[in-house]
Design a protein around this ligand. Structure first.
Ligand code: SF4
Length: 234
């Protein structure tokens, strides 16, 4: 069977969809609030668990409207009020508690200094993030890649679905195996200084591919540009 390399897929998707410029942040808000935009990514990564990004956008909008998208504000906002603001993201009881714990942790251990938090070894930060309540591998890696600019490949359910359908040489669909596969393949050919931007763009492109054509049980192969490469059709 013909196989496809991750870099080949990346090039095709970038060509088809163009740069996705993920992760979106509201720079103006953070300029006005004198807050760290990386915190918006960290909060977004927690809010996006088990929900669509459109719902997260509504929750972030509510937080911004109440000027509550800073470490200090989340720590000092009543949990009940926080729940109302983030309600659109679903699981708001659970997520409000997680946001408060997370903010309190960054405040206590790093005095709100995200530069200090991210200026360490990738594995060390990942282990620390994973030890916090409600932070799984995908959330930790999203925070590392998009807020911390650490070269970590993010695996989500979209990536898993695409790996099942495209002829990659990865057999297992465990988080670690898929991540290891992409890491290994990309680190061999992508120059080190381009690794973070490639990972950031690649994850966003895979999400776009899934959302446009490939997520559904019956994918829209007739509209997808990958039909020639796709295992399903070989
Ligand atoms: S051709 Fe079909 S199965 Fe393959 S990536 Fe595209 S949508 Fe998914």
């Amino acid at each position: 069977m013909t196989t496809i390399s991750p870099k080949h897929l990346y090039d095709i998707l970038l060509d088809d969809f163009g740069p996705q410029h993920w992760w979106p942040i509201d720079k103006q808000y953070h300029q006005d609030q004198k807050s760290d935009p990386r915190f918006e990514i960290m909060i977004g990564a927690i809010l996006t668990q088990n929900t669509a990004w459109t719902n997260v956008e509504k929750a972030l909008h509510n937080l911004k409207k109440q000027k509550a998208l800073t470490i200090h504000a989340i720590m000092h906002t009543e949990e009940e009020s926080l729940k109302i603001m983030i309600q659109p993201s679903g699981f708001f009881n659970q997520k409000a508690g997680r946001l408060k714990l997370f903010s309190a942790y960054i405040h206590k251990e790093y005095q709100d200094d995200l530069q200090k938090f991210f200026s360490r070894n990738t594995a060390e930060i990942r282990t620390e993030l994973r030890s916090l309540k409600g932070i799984g591998p995908e959330t930790a890696d999203s925070i590392l890649l998009y807020a911390g600019n650490h070269p970590v490949f993010v695996v989500d359910s979209y990536t898993k679905r695409i790996c099942q359908r495209l002829p990659f040489e990865v057999i297992n669909d465990s988080y670690d195996d898929i991540q290891h596969f992409f890491d290994h393949e990309l680190q061999c050919i992508v120059p080190k200084k381009e690794l973070v931007s490639t990972y950031q763009e690649f994850h966003a492109l895979l999400v776009e591919l899934a959302k446009r054509y490939c997520w559904k049980k019956n994918p829209s192969c007739n509209r997808c540009g990958l039909t020639n490469l796709c295992e399903k059709l070989l």
